[in-house]
Design a protein around this ligand. Structure first.
Ligand code: SF4
Ligand code: F3S
Length: 104
């Protein structure tokens, strides 16, 4: 599966959702997640993210993010259409350790 990681937080560009063939993105207030059981590993979303926040779970060190994607995918609503990024997306792009700002 692919996972959404740190740099999506407070940016939420949503370019990723418009290309997903199986609509497996779920939306929180300032972050999106991928449902790991629904993702078919096609990889098309990865290059679409301007914040480079989407990674394959084969990359090392992503266990925490995989768990977080799986947990929130169960409770957040599905999102299938692109929308405007969060207003301060540009300012937050690249800020380190954004997990502390994640709205549950
Ligand atoms: Fe959707 Fe493909 Fe991205 Fe998985 S890898 S979330 S199926 S676009
Ligand atoms: Fe987030 Fe990137 Fe999608 S910032 S909403 S993973 S396009």
């Amino acid at each position: 599966t692919y996972v959404v990681t740190d740099n999506c937080i407070k940016c939420k560009y949503t370019d990723c959702v418009s290309v997903c063939p199986v609509d497996c993105f779920y939306e929180g207030e300032n972050f999106l997640v991928i449902h790991p059981d629904e993702c078919i590993d096609c990889g098309v979303c990865e290059p679409e993210c301007p914040a480079e926040a989407i990674k394959p779970d084969t990359e090392p060190g992503l266990d925490k993010w995989l768990t977080l994607n799986a947990d929130y995918a169960k409770v957040w609503p599905n999102i299938t259409d692109r929308k405007d990024p969060l207003p301060e997306a540009k300012e937050w792009d690249g800020v380190p350790d954004k997990l502390q700002y994640l709205s549950p």
